[in-house]
Design a protein around this ligand. Structure first.
Ligand SMILES: NC(=O)c1ccc[n+]([C@@H]2O[C@H](COP(=O)([O-])OP(=O)(O)OC[C@H]3O[C@@H](n4cnc5c(N)ncnc54)[C@H](O)[C@@H]3O)[C@@H](O)[C@H]2O)c1
Length: 399
């Protein structure tokens, strides 16, 4: 074939917030003709972005249905709040578009199944915004596991310690909420900012078992240092039908920054992947090296549309079913414990103010190292873990 086909028409719904990141990815692709940006949609006025000036001819809408009808995009990037994803996705599919749908794609397995069905009916695909899955460093890690460089893998763990200031929680009505107007939102550290840490661990587990790993039980402790409805700090242990457990230890109230490490332990050694920076250390390596190269999710989606078999999707909806199963389990957990008093230190002023949970990074590191929850480590502020078995009684199993 030749390059005579006109460039794929792309629209972004949810153009501010993280939508600006998508606009910056799109800008050079539009400029060199790999796609054509046709529309932006936001219920609020679209903010300018100096790194992604609006090309001539791009229309701006406040209603996604009006946009779909007027511009007929072939690919729609959905970057709105999580609880709006499913209805907007359905509308985009009905209008004949493929989706780049931000994470968390949906908030329950029922919604997952509904979206799977909508995709099948429309004959379209959804790529989910887990961009770290396109990382060459992750592939280098899973290749090393497949080659037996760690022996038998006995544990997968992740530690990430970030800070989110007061302004982060003030930016949107859904921020830090468990529900909004009666609809689940689940904007906790595990479901949203540190979802990539969870997903990278699931991807490692998947590489060991050859299929998306199905969680059968979770144990979780959730904490918060602010008056929010969800966790900003959590330790989650996931057990699967088969394979080693995963331990996720994360906080948004860190006193020191840990970008995000996935630690894989085996009988023959240990590997560490810093997933946000694609730095990898394998057994026998003297230094941590950067493994550059990330395939972009939008680029991959365009390649997949052109050649479905030759270019498999990096993050198809089906691959996110275990992640959504975990979210569903977290929905039933009791509210996170509020930690305050001497345990928490406020730093900074106004919207920039952050709160540090004293000693949290040490606790998270010990949890990850030992595969243990804070309560099992005897941490004084720890609450007993919430435990849940996950049953998958749906007609279409994903394992
Ligand atoms: N992949 C990543 O690394 C990453 C990073 C940040 C956020 N996200 C995801 O992106 C999504 C958006 O997050 P955010 O932090 O930018 O949220 P946000 O609330 O800051 O911004 C969302 C934008 O969508 C707009 N919006 C809301 N409802 C809309 C509707 N019905 N139609 C059109 N526009 C609408 C809002 O006005 C706002 O501009 C979430 O799913 C979030 O988890 C992903």
């Amino acid at each position: 074939m030749n390059g005579a086909a006109p460039p794929t028409r792309v629209a972004v719904i949810g153009a501010n917030g993280h939508g600006r990141w998508h606009r910056r990815v799109i800008a050079p692709m539009h400029a060199d003709g790999r796609l054509r940006l046709v529309a932006l949609v936001d219920v609020e006025p679209v903010q300018d972005d100096p790194e992604a000036p609006l090309p001539p001819g791009v229309q701006v809408f406040t209603d996604h249905r009006a946009m779909l009808a007027a511009t007929r995009p072939q690919v729609v990037v959905i970057c709105t709040p999580p609880h709006t994803h499913l209805p907007i996705a359905r509308d985009a599919l009905t209008a004949g578009a493929d989706l780049l749908l931000e994470k968390p794609p949906v908030l329950s397995l029922a919604e997952h199944d509904e979206l799977t069905w909508a995709l099948t009916t429309a004959g379209r695909v959804a790529q989910v915004g887990f961009q770290a899955l396109g990382s060459a460093a992750l592939t280098a890690l899973t290749d090393a596991l497949a080659a037996g460089r760690l022996g038998t893998v006995t544990g997968i763990a992740t530690v990430a310690a970030w800070q989110r200031p007061d302004a982060y929680y003030a930016r949107s009505a859904w921020a830090g909420r468990r529900t909004l107007n009666g609809r689940p939102v689940l904007d906790g550290a595990l479901a949203n900012p540190l979802a990539h840490a969870v997903m990278q661990c699931l991807a490692v587990a998947e590489s060991l078992g050859g299929a998306p790993p199905w969680p059968v039980a979770v144990e979780v402790e959730r904490y918060r240092v602010r008056p929010i409805e969800v966790e900003d700090t959590a330790v989650l242990r996931i057990r699967f039908r088969a394979g080693p457990p995963v331990l996720v230890a994360v906080t948004l109230a860190a006193e020191e920054f840990v970008a995000g490490e996935v630690v894989v332990t085996g009988t023959g050694g240990r590997a560490v992947l810093e997933y946000p920076t694609d730095r990898l250390r394998l057994p026998g390596d003297v230094v941590t090296r950067r493994v550059p190269g990330r395939q972009g999710l939008l680029e991959n989606l365009l390649a997949h549309r052109a050649d479905p078999l030759g270019a498999p999707l990096i993050a198809p909806l089906s691959r996110t079913a275990p992640f959504t199963a975990l979210l569903e389990a977290l929905r039933a957990a009791p509210e996170p414990r509020l930690l305050d008093g001497d345990l928490v230190v406020g730093v900074g002023d106004g919207g920039d103010r952050v709160r540090h949970l004293r000693g949290v990074v040490d606790v998270l590191r010990r949890s990850a190292e030992q595969g243990a929850l804070p309560s099992e480590l005897g941490v004084p502020w720890a609450v007993p873990a919430y435990r849940a078995e996950l049953t998958d009684s749906r007609p279409n199993h994903h394992h």
